[in-house]
Each structure stands twice: as structure tokens, then as C-alpha cells.
Ligand binder design. Structure first.
Ligand code: NI
Ligand code: MN
Length: 226
């Protein structure tokens, strides 16, 4: 599966010729100034929660691509109210089979409000199961024991976890999460974008390596094969 990183917690994964774009926050990210959102294609846009550092470009990209927006009920209804016409509301614990595979919405320990302050429902992560394999994107979350249970949905070809600390888990807890999930490959997200979440990338890679886990930190705009 090809993963392209767009900075912060935004990335796309190509599965069965379908492009799934997660948590688009690009135009407001100084580090992603070289990314032109009008060139981003997507068949689905998955939103883990309502915070603007995960949803800021969702309306524009959904309207330009006619991608289906998938997220919590409240997130999907807010997107509808902004003029998005294709959406699929879900909620924690729910699962749905799309044309690329299955999305299961997992519990995330965080908060969720929309950019205008309205209620965003429950924050979530996603377990995506397709013919090519299964991966997990935790969304913004603390480390939680539920991750031991999520392992039963694996084995995970890779997992995507926040590592920036302060608003989410940091490196130490993300290493524990990866161990509980049985993951050998972790793509780190939600770091370096703001002052609160700047990290030492070398130290982060070393902390994962110590446990035999590869921490991948693709550059913004870079694609990797997983
Ligand atoms: Ni958040
Ligand atoms: Mn966030």
C-alpha cells in the first residue's frame, strides 16, 4: 500500500485504486507550504475528529474531488452543513464495508469540537481492513488499554500513531502502543507542526528501534510503500 504524507496528521493511503485521505490540514500548516491542495485527489476523506488541525481543508478537498467524507455522525453532519454532498456518518465501535475494504471506528481518548466550536461527537481512530492487509490509524489519542484489544483486528501491516506529546501520546507511550498492537512498522504523525509538539526525531527513531520497531517519518509530500 502506498502512503503519502502531507504533514501533521494528514496522509493518504492507496488501496485497490481508491485513495483514502485522512485528516486534511495542509493550507494552515507552515511546514506544508509546498503542497498544493488542488492537486490532491481522494475517493474518501476520513476524519478522526473535528479539530481544525484535522479538518481545515476537508470541505475544499471534498468539494473539489467529490470524495465521500467518513467520520463521526456530528462531524459528517457539520460537513453536510458546509455544503459537502457526499458523506458517510459513523460512530465509535461501528464498522462498514466500502468498495476498498472495511472501516472500523475505534475509541480514542481525546476531545472533539468543530472549527466553529460546535459539538464534534466522539473522537475516533480507524482500523482499515482490505485485501492487501490491515492498518490502524489511532487519530489523536492518549495511550489506552483498548489498544491491547485492537490487536485482535490485526496483524497490522503498519500503524499510524501521534508522537508529538502535549495534545496526544508522546514517543514513550507510542512505543508502548505499538507493542500492545503488535506493530513492527509505525508511521509517526502529529509532531513538529507547532511549538508544543516539536520533537527530537533521532531520539524518537532510537526509542522505537530499541524495541525492534521501525518508526517511519516520511517527509511532507513524500510517498512510501508499506
Ligand atoms: Ni485533536
Ligand atoms: Mn490534533
Amino acid at each position: 500500500m502506498k502512503l503519502t504524507y502531507y504533514g501533521h496528521s494528514c496522509f493518504s493511503v492507496k488501496i485497490k485504486q481508491k485513495i483514502l485521505l485522512f485528516d486534511p490540514f495542509i493550507t494552515g500548516n507552515e511546514l506544508a507550504g509546498h503542497i498544493d491542495i488542488s492537486k490532491i485527489t481522494a475517493d474518501y476523506i476520513l476524519l478522526s475528529h473535528g479539530h481544525s488541525d484535522h479538518t481545515a481543508d476537508a470541505v475544499a478537498i471534498a468539494q473539489a474531488t467529490l470524495a465521500t467524507v467518513v467520520g463521526a455522525f456530528e462531524v459528517a453532519m457539520w460537513m453536510r452543513d458546509q455544503g459537502v454532498t457526499q458523506f458517510h456518518p459513523m460512530n465509535t465501535g461501528g464498522k462498514w464495508t466500502f468498495d476498498f475494504g472495511t472501516v472500523k471506528c475505534t475509541h480514542a481518548v481525546h476531545s472533539s469540537s468543530m472549527p466553529d466550536g460546535s459539538y464534534g461527537g466522539s473522537p475516533m481512530g480507524f482500523i482499515i481492513t482490505a485485501e492487501e492487509g490491515t492498518f490502524y490509524y489511532s487519530g489523536d489519542t492518549a495511550l489506552c488499554l483498548d489498544m491491547q484489544w485492537f490487536r485482535s483486528s490485526g496483524p497490522f501491516r503498519f500503524v499510524i500513531l501521534p508522537i508529538g506529546d502535549n495534545f496526544t501520546m508522546g514517543v514513550e507511550d507510542a512505543v508502548q502502543a505499538a507493542k500492545w498492537l503488535g506493530a513492527e512498522k509505525v508511521v509517526g504523525v502529529h509532531y513538529d507542526t507547532f511549538g508544543y509538539i516539536k520533537i527530537d526525531k533521532g531520539a524518537a527513531v532510537a526509542a522505537f528501534q530499541k524495541e525492534g520497531i521501525d518508526l517511519l517519518l516520511p517527509g511532507i509530500g513524500e510517498s512510501i510503500e508499506l
